[in-house]
Design a protein around this ligand. Structure first.
Ligand code: NAP
Length: 307
């Protein structure tokens, strides 16, 4: 079993992005600009937003954070999006999910100019992906493909099972793997006989949000396991259920550890697997920066075409 070191892949891509940004600055006089919109005070969202802003700054992206209270309306968020849509220095707009209830996320996402839609959540961009002519791709599935490519794991012809059908991860992942010639089963909470489906899979992408859900008996020997789940384990009983003994000292010291949707014992049966932490997570935030630069380059080339 070999570990797919997402952190190392992410560092390599970040260096490429940093050089590309330097080139854009020196040759074009353009600094890629990212606007992050956040509503409410969800601690997980706060931590994601701050890690995105930190990485943007480190790589040389101009990032701006627009914060709303939990009581904001969709119309107020839409107004800010409209301003950033019209601002030539903003190349990418991100709305941190989840939005506070009762805001309908689609009402907000639909307002983002598809040319500034850094998460590729807009229906236009998701439609292009389905038609295999995507230009910008959701960060987590894009990062997963970059990990597979880095390790020369070609999904073509593989039986792939994606567990979870969110528009952030599962659905675009299934479409992108299909575009890469895998045979894909997209599974969800109503799927019947999931363990048997998983046992046929050469490639598993677990994005269902349940710690340790995919257990060793559900895995085909020699499979590639990609674990998207992120869970903070804080209770001793959960630690006993989901984590290896070797992490116990760290758990006691820090009071928590992070684990994924795939039970650690399943990894021993795999040919390759992504660890949690240090697997998919570092790629997700890195691909956000990659997408920001892609959108900036598209904006430059569209402005040139108009001249
Ligand atoms: N590593 C990263 O960078 C990264 C990025 C994004 C998300 N995440 C993590 O990935 C996980 C999934 O996130 P998400 O936003 O995609 O999830 P989500 O919107 O909560 O969707 C969960 C999906 O899993 C399915 N599901 C739930 N229980 C299931 C079960 N028992 N069997 C089969 N399918 C089941 C649900 O089915 P239904 O549709 O039928 O309800 C749904 O489609 C979370 O832990 C999240 O924190 C990590």
């Amino acid at each position: 079993m070999a570990v797919l070191e997402g952190r190392l892949v992410a560092e390599k891509i970040q260096e490429e992005i940093r050089l590309e940004i330097e080139r854009l600055k020196s040759e074009r006089g353009v600094v890629p600009g990212l606007a992050v919109i956040m509503a409410g005070d969800d601690p997980a969202s706060r931590s994601y937003v701050s890690s995105k802003s930190r990485l943007a700054e480190k790589l040389g992206i101009r990032s701006e954070l627009v914060k709303f209270s939990a009581g904001v309306t969709a119309a107020e968020i839409a107004r800010v999006i409209a301003e950033r849509n019209a601002d030539p220095q903003t190349h990418a707009i991100l709305v941190q999910m989840p939005l506070p209830r009762p805001i309908d996320p689609w009402q907000v996402i639909d307002c983002i100019d598809p040319e500034k839609d850094v998460d590729a959540f807009h229906p236009y961009n998701q439609g292009l992906i389905l038609q295999n002519r995507g230009r910008i791709f959701p960060c987590t599935p894009l990062g997963i493909l970059r990990i597979l490519d880095h390790y020369s794991i070609d999904p073509a012809g593989m039986n792939a099972v994606v567990v979870g059908r969110s528009f952030l991860v599962g659905k675009p992942m299934a479409a992108m793997l299909t575009n890469r010639h895998a045979t894909v089963a997209l599974c969800h909470s109503r799927t019947q006989g999931l363990p048997a489906i998983l046992r046929e899979a050469g490639l598993v992408v677990a994005a269902l949000g349940k710690p340790g859900f995919i257990t060793v008996d559900m895995v085909k020997p020699g499979a590639v396991l990609v674990d998207v789940g992120i869970h903070h384990i804080e209770k001793e009983a959960d630690f006993e259920k989901f984590c290896p003994r070797s992490l116990h000292d760290a758990f006691k010291k820090k009071g928590s550890v992070i684990t994924g949707d795939i039970h650690f014992q399943a990894f021993a049966k795999a040919a390759h697997y992504t660890p949690v932490p240090g697997g998919v997570g570092p790629l997700t935030v890195t691909m956000l920066m990659h997408n920001t630069v892609e959108l900036c380059k598209r904006a430059i080339s569209m402005a040139n075409d108009k001249r």
